[in-house]
Design a protein around this ligand. Structure first.
Ligand code: NAD
Ligand code: GDU
Length: 332
């Protein structure tokens, strides 16, 4: 199934993950339109297609854009910081759930056939069984995860009533960057482990803290399933191929099915960057499950997806390359 010539709307396409997917869509010959308010995204990150600078809450604008006709919508736009969602839940329910609600409604009204949605492993909360399959109970422990769970559910119910077919991709821990370092994670005040560690190695932060070293894991630090953003972007391309080929709606975990501890990640960052990486051991961060690893068999089987970047050092190396490039870019 070729995507060539498809017209695709990408909300949040100026952000970290959306910009990588928009780039790959362009490489597949799609006509890409990015809809982004640039709250955490950057115009320079849109390497393919047109950027419409607008907010999802502006439903009039969104409707007029959708009315120009799209084959599919990929929805990335959201707020994504878990502790902020605890402190300010309404911001998350408004931007993530309410704005998704309006987007789904407008997709339906404008006869959009297919939707690919950025969901998260945070919908599982603290899973009882690991690796986590898509059948695990949904039990988010923070408003961020709950806001995404609700958006998924609305999409599901809408499809039953004739709305767009969809693939909800539940991302585990996304990391790495475009291997050519044209784009990468540029979120201000980032909280993600590999991004923070690369900022420390680049001298942009004086140090960092390991949030808890008394977890019931082999070295006492939390274990996560890190997926390279390029592989994740490829899963979106495969999801769109699946849907446009008449495939049924799906919910799919996105990870590699193996985990690394915080200490293992920091050692990889030391090896790649040559930095000593000054690190303190601190208390646990509230809401962190000890271990979160994806059962990704369904993604592999249904979408015939196979990773190209399943190597922690390669993930860190691309993130590090991007970090150095971005430091130079900011200094200019
Ligand atoms: N980064 C991760 O590890 C991770 C993990 C799981 C799920 N996700 C999901 O992936 C998606 C993308 O995350 P990211 O890491 O690229 O974050 P990001 O902050 O880099 O990208 C989000 C983009 O959405 C835009 N945006 C936000 N609210 C908007 C609005 N109301 N109207 C228009 N544009 C708006 C921002 O300007 C930004 O460009 C999110 O939905 C997030 O929940 C990310
Ligand atoms: O400075 C830091 C930053 C992180 N960590 C630890 O590193 C691990 C990974 O933390 P991240 O903040 O990088 O990622 P999370 O696992 O908390 O969450 C990420 O993955 C989730 C799904 O698994 C959600 O999707 C969420 O949006 C996304 O941020 C956690 O144990 C965290 O405590 C540290 O020790 N120090």
């Amino acid at each position: 199934m070729t995507l060539k010539g498809m017209r695709v709307l990408v909300t949040g396409g100026a952000g970290y993950i959306g910009s990588h997917v928009a780039r790959q869509l362009g490489e597949q010959g799609c006509e890409v339109v990015v809809y982004d308010n640039l709250s955490t995204g950057h115009a320079w990150a849109v390497l393919n297609g047109d950027l419409i600078e607008a907010d999802l809450a502006d439903t009039k604008r969104l409707c007029s854009v959708l009315a120009t006709g799209f084959d599919a919508v990929l929805h990335f736009a959201a707020n994504i910081v878990v502790p902020e969602s605890v402190a300010n839940p309404l911001k998350y329910y408004e931007n993530n759930t309410l704005n998704s609600f309006h987007l789904w409604r407008l997709c339906s009204e404008n006869n959009i056939k297919h939707v690919v949605f950025s969901s998260t492993a945070a919908v599982y909360g603290v899973p009882k069984v690991t690796p986590v399959s898509e059948e695990a109970p949904l039990a988010p422990i923070n408003p961020y995860g709950a806001s995404k769970m609700m958006s998924e559910r609305i999409l599901l119910d809408l499809e039953y009533s004739g709305g767009p077919s969809f693939v909800s991709l539940r991302y585990f821990n996304v990391a790495g960057a475009d291997p050519e370092a044209r784009i990468g994670q540029a979120t201000p005040h980032a909280t993600h482990l590999i991004k923070v560690a690369c900022e420390v190695a680049a001298g942009l932060r004086s140090g960092m803290t390991i949030f808890g070293s008394d977890y019931p894991t082999p070295d006492g630090t939390c274990v996560r399933d890190y997926i390279h953003v390029e592989d994740l972007a490829a899963a979106h391309i495969a999801a769109l191929e699946h849907l446009s080929g008449g495939g049924a709606s799906q919910v799919l975990n996105c990870g590699y099915g193996r985990g690394y501890s915080v200490k293992e990640v920091l050692d990889a960052v030391r090896r790649v960057t040559g930095s000593d990486l000054p690190v303190l051991e601190g208390p646990r961060r509230p809401g962190d499950p000890a271990e979160l690893v994806a059962d990704s068999r369904r993604l592999r089987t249904v979408l015939n997806w196979s990773p190209q970047w399943d190597d922690l050092e390669a993930i860190v190396a691309t993130a590090w390359r991007w970090e150095r490039f971005y430091a130079t870019k900011r200094a200019q």
